[in-house]
Design a protein around this ligand. Structure first.
Ligand SMILES: Cc1cc2nc3c(=O)[nH]c(=O)nc-3n(C[C@H](O)[C@H](O)[C@H](O)COP(=O)(O)OP(=O)(O)OC[C@H]3O[C@@H](n4cnc5c(N)ncnc54)[C@H](O)[C@@H]3O)c2cc1C
Length: 398
């Protein structure tokens, strides 16, 4: 069963993970794909993201990138919870934190971009400002480029999706805030870590320093803190640095060195720990994919579900011979419960990293210490794999 979508024109908003993943799947079927990305170039940065279970493996293999992803994997080892003096309190096994294959988000994005850039039109530094859905196509107005019409528009523009706002309404209707914020950025590897991490918590805040790829010079820092919902400008990096500096002032362990690196970094990732819950992922000729439709900050599931979603959406389009309405109904039906299931196990990241009180920190550590590394790894593997494989992928055209 070979299908060709050469008459289909698709606009994808967002070129991080979900966008290039869909572009890659659609390009295999010959569709005409344009990806518009707000940033001036493909964005690097971000922490490691992971894949787990046979569904992720099958999808990455079908997309032709399993070997590449594997070649770029981080090989992260265990992470250790430490006290203020750096003394180990408990070890967290690699399988618990890193899935089967872990890769830097930036590397994954680049692999898919490189595979598609000759067949897909990428437009950087632009954004959609208006969408008019008609029976024959979606009329799109851009901030800079000339207006165009597409058969299908896909919002793959993340937790704070522009497409979702334009078509499905204000973000406040769909974003559930989970009472914590997370930040990630590169730091010097001054602890001399080699594919291991250290995690230090004080009530309501946590600092993790990890060396994921064996680079002797560089490590990554992850900061998590408990907070009321904050009003800040998401484009104002200096304001975000100020928030972090205030929230982590006076914290022990290696925090002063991490805050020094924060002042100097130019690749800060900062966001709320939040999820998107929306009644419908599709409307007319517009669909939401990845974090835009079913995002969940942290928890290790967002990237896998975005890539599976891209595979399913392209497969349904091929199955329906490019009939957008039929395909979007198929996508919605197949992906909705799967995505919900993945969100369900992602909600606890904040309290895990930054328990609210000293007592809760101690009971977290005691609980993990009681279980052996093998038991812990087995428990998390079963839990996350169950959600990551709870989808019947069906057979899509080759
Ligand atoms: C730079 C960066 C760093 C990240 N770091 C981490 C991390 O450390 N840990 C973690 O768990 N998750 C991180 N994430 C989120 C993670 O990539 C996603 O949770 C997951 O992979 C699903 O990806 P996505 O493509 O659906 O959404 P995202 O990865 O959020 O990508 C959305 C893309 O849309 C673009 N975009 C936004 N608005 C517009 C617009 N108006 N027009 C066009 N394009 C737009 C963004 O620039 C971005 O490239 C990061 C994302 C980014 C962009």
């Amino acid at each position: 069963m070979t299908k060709n979508l050469s008459r289909l024109t698709v606009l994808i908003s967002g070129a991080s993970v979900a966008g290039p993943a869909l572009a890659l799947n659609l390009a295999r079927y010959g569709a005409h794909v344009t990806v518009v990305e707000k940033a001036p170039a493909l964005r690097g940065g971000g922490f490691a993201v992971d894949f787990r279970g046979h569904v992720h493996r099958r999808v990455l293999t079908a997309m032709g990138i399993w070997d590449d992803v594997h070649a770029h994997r981080t090989r992260m080892g265990r992470q250790t919870v430490v006290d203020a003096d750096g003394k180990a309190r408990v070890d967290l096994p690699a399988e618990m934190m890193s899935g089967d294959v872990e890769i830097f988000r930036g590397d994954l994005s680049r692999i898919m971009y490189e595979r598609t850039k000759d067949r897909v039109e990428y437009v950087f530094g632009d954004s959609v400002t208006a969408l008019t859905d008609t029976p024959d196509g979606v009329d799109v107005v851009f901030e800079h480029g000339a207006p165009r019409r597409f058969d299908l528009v896909v919002g793959a523009d993340g937790l704070h999706s522009n497409t979702r706002r334009l078509v499905f309404g204000d973000e406040s209707r769909h974003l559930r805030f989970f009472g914590h914020y997370v930040a990630g950025f590169a730091v010097p590897n001054h602890l001399g870590l080699d594919r291991t991490g250290r995690l230090y918590s004080e009530p309501g805040r946590c600092v993790v320093v990890g060396n994921y790829d064996g680079d002797p010079e560089r490590a990554g820092a992850l900061l998590v803190f408990r907070s009321e919902e904050l009003a800040y400008d998401r484009r104002d990096v200096e304001a975000q640095k100020r928030i972090l500096t205030e929230r982590f002032a006076g914290m022990g362990w290696e925090t002063p060195a991490v805050l020094k690196a924060l002042r100097e970094t130019d690749d800060l990732y900062f966001d709320a720990i939040a999820q998107i819950h929306i009644d419908r992922l599709t409307q007319g000729r517009v669909a939401l994919l990845g974090d835009a439709g079913y995002g969940a900050t942290m928890g290790g599931m967002g990237t896998g579900v975005a890539v599976v979603g891209a595979y399913v959406l392209a497969g349904e389009l091929a199955l329906a011979d490019g009939d957008v309405r039929v395909a979007l109904a198929g996508y919605e039906a197949r992906i909705r419960d799967f995505a919900r299931g993945c969100q369900k196990i992602s909600g606890n990241a904040g309290p895990f990293f930054a328990p609210a009180t000293e007592r809760r920190i101690r009971s977290r550590d005691r609980m993990y210490r009681l279980l052996s590394s093998r038991m812990l790894a087995g428990f998390f593997k079963r839990l996350t794999e169950k959600a990551a494989t709870a989808i019947d992928l069906g057979e899509y055209p080759a």
